[in-house]
Ligand binder design. Structure first.
Ligand SMILES: [Zn+2]
Length: 148
């Protein structure tokens, strides 16, 4: 029998926990990378909002309010609360959209800023977590002599 090309039962490449979609983004071994993704996403949102509000910075009262939310900016798994994993999935809480709208007063601009933010979250999380996970998997396969 030839070796399995992909073993569905193999655990997380970083910590060997059972790998779920959520685990890829919330692995406890990747906390500093997760913090980097969250902080660069916040910075990107401030940049997007500066298009409509040139003097904005992260100390703006509405942004302080937005950024202290206790689950939105956490890469943890939660069965019912909105967490940063949902941003990675391309979802936004209604309250988030409303806060953006308080800066733009314009539905089209609100949609553009929200989509731009989600795109940045997607790209950053793909680059820093997904691609590094894939290359670690490839390295592990090669070290076991499995090639595709
Ligand atoms: Zn893990």
């Amino acid at each position: 029998m030839s070796p399995h090309l992909y073993d569905m039962t193999r655990g997380c490449i970083w910590c060997s926990a059972v790998e779920s979609f959520e685990h890829i983004w919330t692995c406890p071994r990747k906390v500093s990378i997760q913090q980097q993704i969250i902080s660069s996403s916040k910075q990107h949102l401030v940049q997007c909002l500066s298009v409509v509000c040139p003097t904005i910075n992260s100390q703006h009262p509405s942004l302080i309010h937005l950024f202290v939310h206790n689950t939105w900016w956490s890469l943890v798994y939660h069965p019912s609360q909105f967490t940063f994993v949902n941003f990675i999935k391309g979802l936004l809480p209604t309250a988030f959209v409303s806060i953006v709208h308080t800066f733009t007063h314009n539905n089209q601009l609100t949609a553009e800023i929200c989509l731009n933010f989600l795109h940045e979250v997607f790209i950053t999380s793909q680059q820093l977590l997904w691609l590094s996970r894939c290359s670690a998997l490839i390295d592990q396969d090669q070290s076991k002599g499995i090639t595709r």
